[in-house]
Design a protein around this ligand. Structure first.
Ligand code: HEM
Length: 521
């Protein structure tokens, strides 16, 4: 008996065995990653090559998180144009390679990196689609929605929203509570919602709802990228009933609430048109009417399983969440114009020539004819570029870069921000300078470096809509109002303090406010 007790006590507990085995396995893996792994010889910090916790440290803990993009920039400064940024991924800093990666010949396969596909909590929209071929067919299905003709047809809708926005701005007083962030968010989300889904959310008349929607999207896309470090987080959240999820994370619950809202819109659309085109309701209008996203998808050549309410809603959710960006960009644009009075005056002169009465509606065509405004738009989209994260692909074939062979299925990216702020191309890249786009003595290679909407098959489908929307909103406001935005501080309210999926200013910032100090009509 006594012998037996002594024998049992001396046996190592199962947990200890597991711990030792894990440590041995982990050390073995770490040694493999820096010796025999196909990326073992690539330059970069050893710790980044050994463990993903290096990246997680910068993205979750360091300075409040979302700092790995800026760390990658430092790595490039130290190690050169190609860096191993985690055990399985490399980053390249090179404009030609950006073309090679994002806009390759049609025959080459580029899958979205699965860890980046979960970003918006969706699974079957084109953004979250990992597979190259499936992504291509989904983009083809919705492409008429984003085409020039459909954007043009949305012009009266956008102008109507902008006129409503002007009524709000005209009534704002110094010290009033509503920030430009909420007003622009209301305009952007509701314009997109009405255009894409065929009915309005009435957000400019319900600023509380606009605030809540904006907050839900903003927290998701600017918080530390936990979804990347824990990719199963969003799929699990989707399975938890709202009643329980709200206690675990009110934020995730709000995001899931947005998802449900758009699923409902999709189901209602199908019930209303039961397979018919909603174009029928538009007959009798003298001008071409915009087609909804649902109408375009239902009438595409995609297979039936791609046209269910839940699948169409996934596409709609991704786009609706992306409609956050034009609101934010417009707000920052107002700041830059206010802070650069000579630019503001030059644009107003251009506007007053084509539209002598500011009370009259502006049009896309008029605005597109103004060279200085166009140059300013380019500068606004460059300097406010919202996407903070890298957008890596897994390529089906090996890639070469300056003598380095990047094996197939390695995560590889060129961060768009690196090119948009390249000091060799954009002198003083953090200086707002629209003139740089008009300087014939130092022309910018726009094909390579004007990439605020990315490039190639995965580039932003909304390029034209977003540009026209921001241009119209900003041009109308500055032509109609003299305004004050003196409260803004660049370092606190405008500069990108963290770079998650989207960039965000310091946590000290309370948003930008605008006070009209006179009407110009
Ligand atoms: C200032 C406004 C915007 C900017 C700067 C912007 C920028 C971008 C960028 C850089 C990408 C990734 C491109 C790449 O992978 O190379 C992207 C993708 C995307 N954007 Fe935008 N975007 C804007 C507005 C919008 C809006 C308003 C929508 C929809 C309402 C939208 C929908 C999308 C979608 C769906 C994708 C993913 C496309 C895919 O993976 O096939 N974007 N955008």
């Amino acid at each position: 008996m006594a012998f037996s007790i002594i024998h049992e006590d001396s046996r190592p507990p199962a947990l200890a065995i597991l711990a030792v085995a894990s440590i041995v396995a982990y050390v073995g893996l770490a040694i493999y990653r820096i010796t025999l792994h196909p990326l073992a010889r690539f330059p970069g910090p050893r710790l980044a090559a050994i463990t993903k916790w290096y990246e997680a440290y910068f993205d979750i803990f360091y300075k409040g998180g979302s700092q790995y993009t800026s760390k990658i920039r430092e790595m490039h400064d130290r190690y050169g144009p190609i860096v191993r940024i985690n055990p399985d991924e490399v980053s390249v800093r090179d404009a030609d390679f950006h073309d090679r990666l994002y806009a390759p010949p049609r025959s080459e396969i580029r899958h979205r990196h699965p860890h980046f596909s979960t970003t918006l909590g969706t699974t079957k929209g084109s953004f979250s689609t990992v597979d190259h071929k499936l992504h291509k067919s989904r983009r083809t299905a919705y492409s008429p929605f984003w085409g020039s003709a459909n954007v043009m047809a949305a012009e009266p809708l956008i102008m109507g929203m902008v006129n409503d926005l002007c009524k709000h701005v005209a009534g704002m007083q110094e010290g009033s509570g509503t920030s430009l962030r909420t007003l622009f968010a209301a305009t952007s989300f509701d314009t997109f919602y009405t255009w894409a889904f065929g009915s309005s959310l009435g957000l400019l008349d319900n600023l509380k709802l606009a605030y809540d929607i904006n907050e839900a999207v903003e927290i998701g896309v600017t918080s530390p990228p936990l979804h990347r470090i824990f990719p199963s987080m969003m799929p699990i959240a989707r399975l938890i009933p709202s009643k329980i999820l709200r206690y675990a994370s009110s934020h995730l619950n709000n995001v899931m609430g947005l998802h449900s809202m758009i699923v409902k819109a999709s189901e209602e659309w199908i019930a209303a048109y039961s397979g018919q085109s909603d174009e029928k309701q538009l007959i009798g209008h003298s001008k071409p009417q915009p087609r909804t996203l649902f109408d375009v998808l239902r009438n595409s050549n995609a297979p039936e399983e791609e046209k269910t309410a839940s699948r169409m809603a996934q596409e709609g959710i991704e786009m609706f969440m992306a409609a956050y960006t034009p609101g934010r960009t417009s707000m920052l644009a107002m700041h830059y114009l206010h802070a650069h009075p000579h630019v503001l005056e030059r644009i107003r002169n251009e506007l007053d020539q084509v539209n002598p009465d500011p009370a009259m509606d502006l049009t896309f065509a008029k605005l597109n004819s103004l060279p200085y405004l166009r140059a300013t738009m380019k500068e606004i989209l460059r300097i406010t570029f919202p996407v903070g994260a890298r957008l890596p692909f897994l390529c089906a074939e090996d890639l070469e870069f300056q003598g380095w062979r990047i094996p197939a299925n390695t995560g590889v990216s060129v961060n768009h921000r690196i090119l948009l702020f390249d000091p060799d191309v954009f002198k003083n890249p953090y200086e707002f300078n629209p003139e740089r786009w008009l300087d014939a003595s130092h022309p910018i290679d726009e094909k390579r470096y004007y990439i605020p909407f990315g490039k190639g098959a995965r580039s932003c489908p909304s390029k034209e809509f977003a540009t026209q929307f921001i241009q119209l909103i900003v041009a109308t406001l500055i032509q109609r109002f003299d305004f004050n935005m003196d409260d803004a501080i660049w370092e606190r309210d405008v500069a990108a303090a963290s770079e998650s999926v989207l960039t965000s200013p310091s946590t000290e910032s309370k948003g930008l406010k605008i006070y009209p100090v006179g009407q110009r009509y």
